[in-house]
Design a protein around this ligand. Structure first.
Ligand SMILES: [Zn+2]
Length: 233
């Protein structure tokens, strides 16, 4: 399947707006070095100045990440899950989306504004359906502790340009493909939903998760940064 066919299979804005949501008011936690490896990476560090540089997620998400990491260690003693992103403030998501809207619409006329949103959404999620601002979406990779390097996934994390970030894209080495499957299985075993457009992105409780698992509704809404009180900081 070529990349265009893969894009057609990916969850769209028009799919996500069909999903209702009710927030279960589950608290947020900062990912702790005692429990999990984490760190913002260059190019995706817009939350670095908030919450003292900690990555934060909902409580259930935190528990699931720890379980996934435990299962990984059992199978591969040198491997650790490495969290590179969790919650993004709704304010930042909105700024980024507005910027994307102006890039997508530059010099073009959309007879239906909905199509403009759909196209912009492929690059930056529309805030009202976005996953990271709910505290349910995470970006994860795997580090090999013996060499202190990330294992090979066939593309760098956050390499959107080459489209090698598409989970099922052609032309990546078998070993990298197996590593993608390993990460996917680890996360899906814990009830996370995958996103086929980015091998590193998974979510629980948000609209993408509800859509993937055909749930009645999402259990996490998007939250403004100023409304968050952390349980363990
Ligand atoms: Zn993500």
């Amino acid at each position: 399947m070529d990349n265009r066919d893969l894009e057609k299979k990916m969850v769209r804005y028009r799919d996500l707006i069909t999903v209702k949501s009710t927030d279960n008011r589950e608290p947020f936690f900062a990912v702790d070095k005692e429990n999990l490896f984490y760190g913002y990476l260059r190019g995706m560090d817009d939350m670095q100045d908030y919450f003292s540089g900690k990555i934060i997620v909902r409580g259930t998400v935190y528990e699931k990440l720890k379980k996934a990491d435990r299962n990984l260690r059992i199978a591969y003693p040198d491997y650790r899950l490495y969290i590179t992103y969790g919650y993004r403030s709704l304010e930042i998501q909105t700024q980024r989306f507005l910027k994307q809207l102006s890039i997508t619409s530059r010099g073009r006329f959309f007879s239906n504004p909905f199509d403009l949103y759909e196209e912009a959404h492929r690059f930056i999620a529309v805030p009202t359906v976005s996953g990271h601002p709910t505290g349910g979406a995470v970006d994860v990779t795997i580090v090999n502790r013996s060499s202190n390097t990330f294992i090979d996934f066939g593309s760098d994390i956050y390499d959107f340009e080459s489209k090698k970030c598409y989970v099922e894209t052609a032309g990546i080495p078998d070993k990298a493909r197996r590593n993608r499957l390993l990460l996917r299985k680890l996360m899906l075993d814990q009830g996370f939903a995958p996103f086929d457009g980015e091998w590193w992105h998974f979510s629980y409780g948000d609209k993408e998760w509800a859509y993937y698992y055909k749930k009645n509704r999402a259990i996490y809404n998007q939250v403004e940064g100023s409304k968050i009180k952390l349980c363990n900081m």
